[in-house]
Design a protein around this ligand. Structure first.
Ligand code: ZN
Length: 85
């Protein structure tokens, strides 16, 4: 039994999405100066923004950086990749 999260809050939270390691993440549309793509590490953590309840997708970039964009700020593409919007 998991009763550590009040039902009213857990109902706002989306279930953990299935985003496997290596999923391609495209940067924001229209950002022509940055066309590199990222790939997911396979790690997802709950977004800590108040009232969000979505998931942070750990993403590494060719340049070596890592970001954790919120899934709420991404669009799923038909080919299985995501674009940050
Ligand atoms: Zn969020």
């Amino acid at each position: 039994m998991t009763r550590n999260i009040p039902e009213t809050i857990s109902s706002l939270m989306s279930p953990k999405p299935d985003i496997p390691r290596g999923t391609v993440i495209h940067p924001r549309d229209g950002d022509c100066s940055n066309r590199e793509v990222g790939t997911t590490t396979g790690t997802l953590t709950r977004c800590q923004l108040e009232g969000c309840g979505s998931w942070r997708v750990w993403t590494t970039w060719k340049s070596g950086g890592m970001t954790k964009p919120c899934l709420k700020g991404m669009r799923a593409n038909e080919d299985g990749s995501y674009t940050i919007v």
